[in-house]
Design a protein around this ligand. Structure first.
Ligand SMILES: *Cc1c(COP(=O)(O)O)cnc(C)c1O
Length: 424
């Protein structure tokens, strides 16, 4: 698999290099040179998740990794299902939260860990990533205990749910977590600065593991096929998918699935009030505001770092950006929607509710709607219990960590402090 840097097309790398490096020159994102068209979609859809995903990823990654190795990576990563549930007539939920950290980032995180363990050269590797909640947990669990790989996770202090924090800040071992006195964008900026620091990068073998790593996106492509596989062929004909979006990695993966030939009529990018993209699509002006804290906090991102890949996909496929519908949802509307969904018999959490609401606003007669449920309701226990006035049992994956002490370090939003911490 060959990839190029979107900012500097002359920089070309293999899959292994892209996985190890994360980002290219000038923080440019890597993008596959070729996305093949799969001829046998119906046959693929008839296969079970792991087997189908092995075929999809082989088609994307090619001969660079042996089929045997790739099959093993997929099998180790995809150890849990992604069921589709009907919410009402013509509207379905794709539940992506049945992994070990109860969020969709388990798919990308676990495959990324497998990929890196496969393509790593010699020498030290340090995974540095910023999280607004779920990436951190998924990355920590995916890499926990892997030999010669250190993990450092930055997150905005006090801006993620206490349970989310417990899930990944209690592991210890090769996982270090740092609460930064700032918002998610500040954490993300620190990570970018670290990657720009060549000396630091080489000293500790820096590697990113957030949604910018291409291996994560490739893994996420697979669950769009899994969703389609669970619908009837008639429902697949006019399929509209609403993606709750923060950094837009999830949407990028969906667009790659469409590019591979999966029949998806169109996508909807749903956001909370951090609405840089819906405003951009409406006005043509890229004008990020300061990040606002919301109920759907994993989408509190005002400078979505995967956006250049979204534009690249539209450009390369000659799709029209106007076909990408996008809208934002306030917290009040999210609460209202959660109640509405619960009355229909579907228990959701804020991110899924944002996607459901925009889907319902946008869906036309004769279309089948699917929205992505990116987290287990219990991961947002406090909000969900308050809004729906009920008590949620704690799933075992969370209960195990709730009792353990937090092991995080606290740090100012200051790159020099982070630098010495990393070199320590
Ligand atoms: C990360 C996350 C999102 C946003 O996904 P992106 O790929 O960053 O757009 C949505 N919901 C939840 C629960 C998340 O953790």
């Amino acid at each position: 698999m060959n990839l190029y840097n979107i900012k500097h097309n002359e920089e070309q790398v293999s899959f292994a290099q892209a996985v190890r490096q994360g980002l290219g020159k000038d923080q440019g994102l890597f993008f596959p040179e070729i996305i093949p068209t799969l001829a046998n979609i119906e046959e693929l859809l008839a296969l079970p998740l792991v087997e189908r995903s092995q075929k999809i990823l082989t088609a994307l990654i090619g001969e660079e990794i042996s089929e045997e190795q790739l099959n093993k990576m997929v099998k180790n990563a995809f150890t849990f299902p992604a069921p589709v549930k009907q919410v009402e007539n013509g509207v379905y939920a794709l539940e992506l939260f049945h992994g070990p950290t109860l969020a969709f980032k388990d798919f990308g995180g676990r495959f990324m860990a497998q990929a890196l363990a496969t393509v790593r050269g010699d020498g030290k590797i340090t995974i540095l990533t910023a999280t607004s909640g779920d990436t951190g947990a998924a990355v920590a669990h995916a890499f926990y205990g892997l030999e010669n790989i250190d993990v450092v996770i930055l997150y905005p202090q006090g801006k993620i749910s206490p349970l989310q924090e417990k899930l990944f800040c209690t592991l210890g071992g090769n996982i270090r977590t740092v609460a930064i006195k700032g918002d998610f964008d500040a954490c993300q900026a620190l990570v970018k600065q670290a990657f720009d620091d060549v000396e630091l990068r080489e000293a500790i073998g820096l590697n990113s593991a957030n949604s910018i790593n291409i291996s994560r996106l490739l893994a996420q492509v697979c669950y769009y096929f899994e969703a389609a596989a669970q619908l009837s062929s008639q429902e697949r004909e006019n399929l509209v998918i609403s993606v709750p979006s923060g950094n837009f990695g999830n949407l990028t993966a969906g667009l790659i699935a469409k590019s591979l030939g999966l029949p998806i009529k169109r996508f909807i990018a749903s956001t909370n009030v951090n609405d840089t993209v819906p405003r951009y699509l409406a006005t043509g002006n890229w004008d990020p505001n300061a990040t606002i804290a919301t109920l759907s906090n994993a989408m509190d991102v005002s400078r979505p770092n995967n956006w250049p890949r979204v534009e690249e996909l539209f450009k390369r496929n000659q799709w029209k950006l106007t076909d990408l519908h996008s809208s934002s949802v306030t917290d009040a509307e999210t609460e209202e929607t959660l109640v509405e969904m619960n009355n229909k018999g579907y228990l959701c959490e804020p991110h899924g509710a944002v996607a459901y609401r925009v889907l319902k606003q946008d869906l036309q007669q004769g279309e089948t709607g699917l929205f992505l449920c990116t987290a287990h309701p219990a991961k947002f226990k406090e909000s969900v219990e308050r809004i729906l006035n009920l008590e949620l049992p704690l799933p075992e994956a969370l209960a195990k960590h709730a009792e353990l002490p937090l092991l995080s370090d606290v740090m100012e939003n200051d790159f020099n402090q982070l630098r010495s911490y990393l070199l320590k």
